[in-house]
Design a protein around this ligand. Structure first.
Ligand code: GDP
Ligand code: ZN
Length: 460
């Protein structure tokens, strides 16, 4: 494959201790030699491989120093991309990385696209597609659980499982071929039983994988949570209590709309992605600030609503409005301020919100938060989510393919049960094999590959 040499700044923008410019491709070392001058004037290629070498980047036109750097080269194939790779570690900050990148490009490298280094690792066969996806997830991980899950996938847990299932399908195909070659009645009967057994097993295994996808999504994206309640019921106090007890909030993340802020709270490994806490915290009234329409919209794709009532007050019109908003949503109801005289009975709410779980709390006294956390765990981690060796489906692409593969096996099983000739099921088994192969990217179209790598950042 004759592909060009790519380059990008691998460190995030802004000031930092060091900045790294990375190159990958046949001309990496040649380009580095043109602009790097080591101690005793040696070019990079004259220095030891896989070692950080001290030197300067110089402008080849006037040999003037651009920055003082450490540089390393790694010969293919044992590199991230399986191509020759050069890394130049310069002083952190916008100017140095920009100047060096400019020189590198002038010497013939092309600016890398998003994810292009990882794409090359995939195209050159170092990692498969599920592993490439794991790299994106690692970078974007907001919780330890998410990171661990992705690391597992990067190390090949999904790949291994897919290969294992594909091998079973191959053995089925071999059986089918055999019975076509020796169309003996007995052989066919034995074959049919064997095939059913294997197909059932594959079916169950695929089903198990699909079942992990909800956990995978929640670990990855968090439980999208909206806290609702009229002013003064204790929403901010709840937020603060959650933040305080679960220090591991990662960061404020600006959402798609300018005024939406998401905050992650880590509860027993479940990331709650609480939406619009800024609204709650700053204006003390989410519903009033954003309006009922907006609240409805936020609730539409929320996984959970936490509805807070002040039980020292009787229900008001506003409470009723909020109740009607969350009627058909997964919701937990909090009766807050239980330290005060109660004017609210559980029936008042449970009449209108059937089968919603009610927890009594006092944010003032710190009571009830533990019960809330218990309940969250129960709701979202029904299958306990030990991040172990087993693969977890981490995105909808994988999930959709598994669903297709499962349909293929189902068709095969139906055909077997109807005692159709075994060669009729061959096409289903092949279809299943192929759909599983799309997960690892054994056979997949250019457009899909491009789409996947678009999610990366530059320089990865
Ligand atoms: P928000 O407007 O819904 O965000 O409510 P806040 O969390 O700002 O609380 C409003 C007021 O109620 C504050 O003065 C809190 O200290 C108080 N508050 C919150 N939770 C409790 C509680 O459980 N008991 C009592 N007595 N007061 C509370
Ligand atoms: Zn508030």
């Amino acid at each position: 494959m004759d592909i060009d040499t790519i380059a990008a700044v691998a460190t995030p923008p802004g000031e930092g201790g060091i900045g790294i410019i990375r190159l990958s491709g046949k001309k990496s070392l040649e380009i580095a030699d043109a602009i790097f001058k080591g101690a005793s004037e040696k070019p990079l290629s004259g220095l030891e491989e896989r070692r950080l070498n001290y030197g300067h980047i110089v402008n080849p036109k006037d040999r003037r120093a651009v920055d003082e750097v450490m540089a390393v080269y790694m010969k293919e194939p044992k590199t991230y991309t399986k191509e020759d790779v050069v890394e130049i570690h310069c002083h952190g900050g916008a100017i140095s990385v920009r100047r060096i990148l400019e020189l590198v490009l002038l010497e013939g490298a092309r600016l890398a696209e998003k994810g292009e280094f990882t794409k090359r690792a995939f195209l050159n066969g170092r990692i498969d597609l599920s592993q490439a996806e794991a790299v994106i997830d690692l970078i974007k991980a907001k919780t330890d659980a998410n990171f661990d899950m992705s690391l597992n996938q990067l190390e090949g847990s999904m790949t291994l499982k897919v290969r294992e299932l594909q091998n079973e399908l191959l053995s089925m195909l071999a059986h089918i071929e055999a019975s076509i070659d020796f169309p003996d009645q007995d052989v066919e009967e034995i074959t049919s039983e064997e095939l059913k057994k294997t197909a059932k097993h594959v079916y169950e295994e695929i089903d198990k994988l699909i079942a992990t996808s909800n956990t995978g999504r929640i670990i990855k994206e968090g439980v999208k949570t909206v806290i609702l309640g009229k002013p003064n019921v204790g929403k901010s106090s709840l937020m603060n209590a959650l933040l305080r007890e679960n220090r591991a909030i990662v960061t404020d993340i600006p959402g798609t709309t300018r005024d939406i802020i998401e905050e992650y709270v880590n509860i027993n490994g479940i990331p709650l992605r609480i939406v619009d806490t800024a609204g709650i915290r700053e204006t003390d009234d989410l519903v009033e600030k954003i309006g009922v329409e907006r609240a409805k919209e936020m609730l539409r794709d929320a996984d959970l609503a936490i509805v807070v009532f002040d039980c020292s007050k009787e229900l008001e019109q506003e409470d009723i409005e909020i109740i009607s908003l969350v009627k058909d949503k997964p919701a937990i109801v909090l009766f807050n301020k239980t330290d005060l005289d109660s004017k609210l009975r559980e029936e008042d709410v449970s009449n209108m919100l059937k089968d919603k779980y009610i927890i009594t709390t006092s944010m003032l006294e710190g009571k009830g938060i533990d019960k809330l956390e218990e309940k969250l765990k129960e709701m979202f981690l029904s299958s306990e989510v030990e991040i172990g060796e087993d693969p977890i489906v981490t995105n909808t692409r994988q999930r959709d393919l598994l669903i297709k593969a499962k349909e293929n096996v189902q068709d095969a099983l139906d055909a077997l049960n109807m005692e159709m000739p075994v060669d009729c099921i061959e096409v289903d088994i092949k279809g299943c094999w192929e759909n599983l192969g799309f997960i690892t990217g054994d056979s997949i179209g250019e457009d899909i590959i491009d789409k996947i790598f678009k999610n990366f950042c530059i320089g990865k």
